[in-house]
Design a protein around this ligand. Structure first.
Ligand code: PLP
Length: 355
């Protein structure tokens, strides 16, 4: 751990820690936050000196543009602690590049790389006790950028705030989920911003997901906006299908988010000699495979849950159950990824980043 006093970041420590009030055995995902946060403002055409301050409410002008036009992008990452107390991030350069790609699409300024990494490592060093060791425990990290400029004029802002907040998380197990293949609504379209991790993409998903829940499904598998014939993402995760022993996932595009978990899983599967195809997947192919008994697995892939197995799906009023597997690919790849994240397996790809 170098850098306890950062060169770049101005540090205002919390007077007392809240950590003793936290029950780390019973955490609800995303509800409790650590003692500190990282804040950096963009004014006068440049990012100002970044600060770490005690976590707490902020005040904004009610006309701040984020409230009116949704100019907001974010990231989701995790810090992991191994049994020696060393802390690791997983491919954080991917998150750094992606938040800037998202920002560019929403006409927001690029955030400097050294601010991002120095801010993040300084914050994690200060709140190190909040990262609990143990397989499955982690600190969920949420960097985000919002348009703060006051004025309801409908154009991109010239003032922004970049913030990082952190929330302790336990192994995330939602149970195997049932999903509905969407026939009417879309989360993204050609030329849109589905590839960006933008707040608005999430806002637009809640209503169709609520309708799916009323039908007994927890999540939606999104199909392409033009034809609803191709499978794209599962809720807010990338999605994989196993037909026979072949693993298939859709290629990323301007409609599909380029997930770190997805691309890591593809790389691992190729290295381990799995039969994996990255290509468009038709709904009818999955229905046919389900009907003739070849559809073995469906699972989502994303940072929060790593891998989220699907137990059943609905399509056009029909319900399809997936067969139980003795050695599911979902469990295999979840363990393979987590072993790298928790420093339990050799990191042949160079994905771990020691804090
Ligand atoms: C965040 C996200 C994912 C998963 O990305 P990871 O980098 O693996 O966490 C997939 N789809 C959408 C729409 C997302 O927002």
């Amino acid at each position: 751990m170098k850098n306890t006093t950062s060169q770049t970041v101005e540090i205002h420590k919390a007077k007392t820690s809240k950590i003793d009030q936290v029950d780390f055995e019973n955490l609800t995902f995303g509800k409790i936050f650590t003692d500190h946060m990282f804040v950096c403002d963009y004014v006068d055409g440049k990012w100002q000196t970044p600060k770490i301050t005690p976590y707490g409410p902020m005040s904004f002008d009610p006309s701040a543009r984020v409230f009116h036009y949704g100019q907001a992008v974010f990231e989701g990452m995790k810090a992991y602690k191994d049994d020696n107390g060393d802390v690791f991030l997983f491919r954080p350069d991917e998150n750094y590049n992606r938040i800037n790609k998202s920002a560019e699409r929403l006409a927001m300024p690029e955030f400097p790389e050294h601010y991002f990494f120095e801010g993040l490592t300084t914050l994690l060093q200060l709140d190190n006790d909040w990262i609990k060791p143990g397989y499955g425990n982690s600190l969920y990290i949420r960097p985000f950028v919002i348009a703060t400029q006051p004025s309801v004029s409908a154009s991109e802002a010239n003032e922004y705030r970049f913030i990082i907040i952190c929330s302790p998380a336990q192994a995330y197990y939602s149970g195997d989920v049932s999903v509905l293949i969407e026939e009417k609504y879309s989360r993204s379209a050609n030329g849109g911003f589905g590839y960006a991790k933008a707040a608005g993409n999430y806002a637009g998903q809640f209503y169709p997901t609520k309708l799916a829940k009323e039908k007994g499904y927890q999540q939606i598998i999104w199909t392409d906006a033009n034809t609803h014939e191709y499978l794209e993402e599962a809720g807010t995760m990338n999605v994989f299908f196993r037909i026979g022993d072949k693993l298939i996932t859709a290629p990323v595009s301007d409609r599909i988010l380029d997930g770190v978990t997805r691309k890591s899983l593809i790389a691992l599967a190729e290295k381990q000699g799995y039969d994996i195809e990255v290509r468009p997947i038709k709904v009818e192919e999955i229905i046919a495979a389900a009907k003739n008994g070849n559809l073995n697995e469906i699972f989502g892939a994303g940072t929060a849950a790593v891998i989220s197995p699907v137990k059943a799906f609905g399509y056009k009023g029909e319900h399809y159950e997936l067969p139980k597997q003795d050695n599911p690919y979902a469990a295999h790849f979840k363990k393979a990824l987590m072993d790298i994240q928790y420093n339990k397996a050799e990191d042949t790809f160079g994905w771990r980043y020691k804090v």
